[in-house]
Design a protein around this ligand. Structure first.
Ligand SMILES: Cc1cc2nc3c(=O)[nH]c(=O)nc-3n(C[C@H](O)[C@H](O)[C@H](O)COP(=O)(O)O)c2cc1C
Length: 204
C-alpha cells in the first residue's frame, strides 16, 4: 500500500505512521512552573539528537481543544530547565498515570504516587524510582506545521548538563540496560520494553 499523510488516504481504521517509527523512547519529563510547582508527563516524540554536547528533543502538541501549550512545554520555556527521567517497565503504570491532563499547576508526581528527588544542576525534581535521569538546560523551541487549522506543533530542545545513573546499572564499566528494561512506544496503544541486546562492529 501507499498513502499520503496529507490526504489521509490509508484506508485503515487508524493512521499507521506512528506504528512505523518504532520503538520510540519515552521522555518522562519533569519540570516546575514559575511558582516552583512540580510537573511530570511522558512524551514519546522524544530522542537524543547530538552527543557532544548531548542534546535531546521532544515534540509537543497544544492541549486538546485548547490553544494552550502543554504544561511541560510552558514550564520549560518559562524556567529554562527540565529533567528527562528513564521510564521503565516497572514504572509503566506510574508513567501512564502521569499523562493525566491536570490543570496547570497540578502535580502529576502526587497523582501518580511518585516520590521526588532533588536534581543537582536544575530546580526541577526527578523521579526517585527512575534508574536514570538527564538534567537539561532549555535550548530552543522550533515551531512545526500542524494539519489542524490554527494550531501548531513544537519541537523543544534541551542540552543535557547532568546525568544520574543508578549504580546498580553499571556492570563492568558499562550500563547494563537489561537491568532496568526501558519502556518504549509502538503504534496505537502498544508498548514494548528493551529486553534483549546484540552487538555488531561497524565497518572500518
Ligand atoms: C506514552 C505516552 C506518550 C506521549 N507522548 C506525547 C508526545 O510525544 N507529545 C505530546 O504532546 N503528548 C504526548 N503524550 C500526552 C501527554 O503526556 C499529555 O498530554 C500530558 O497531559 C501532558 O502533560 P503536561 O501538560 O503536564 O505537559 C503522551 C502520553 C503518553 C501516555
Amino acid at each position: 500500500m501507499f498513502y499520503q499523510p496529507a490526504l489521509r488516504d490509508h484506508g485503515l481504521p487508524h493512521d499507521p505512521f506512528k506504528a512505523l517509527v518504532v520503538p520510540r523512547p519515552i521522555g518522562w519529563i519533569s519540570s516546575i512552573d514559575t511558582d516552583g510547582r512540580p510537573n511530570l508527563a511522558p512524551y514519546s516524540f522524544y530522542n537524543a539528537i547530538a552527543y557532544d554536547p548531548p542534546v535531546v528533543v521532544f515534540g509537543s502538541t497544544l492541549r486538546p481543544r485548547q490553544n494552550l501549550r502543554k504544561d511541560s512545554h510552558a514550564n520549560i520555556e518559562a524556567t529554562g530547565e527540565f529533567v528527562v527521567n528513564l521510564a521503565t517497565e516497572a514504572l509503566r503504570e506510574e508513567m501512564n498515570a502521569s499523562a493525566a491532563s491536570l490543570p496547570p499547576g497540578g502535580d502529576e508526581f502526587a497523582h501518580a504516587e511518585l516520590a521526588t528527588l532533588p536534581s543537582r544542576m536544575v530546580r526541577a525534581p526527578r523521579v526517585a524510582a527512575s534508574p536514570a535521569a538527564l538534567e537539561c538546560r532549555y535550548l530552543r523551541t522550533v515551531e512545526l506545521p500542524c494539519d489542524a487549522p490554527g494550531r501548531t506543533n513544537y519541537a523543544v530542545f534541551g542540552q543535557v548538563i547532568g546525568i544520574h545513573i543508578d549504580d546498580s546499572l553499571i556492570v563492568d564499566g558499562r550500563v547494563d540496560i537489561l537491568r532496568c528494561r526501558p519502556l518504549a512506544r509502538l503504534g496505537y496503544m502498544d508498548y514494548t520494553v528493551v529486553d534483549n541486546v546484540f552487538a555488531m562492529d561497524r565497518p572500518g
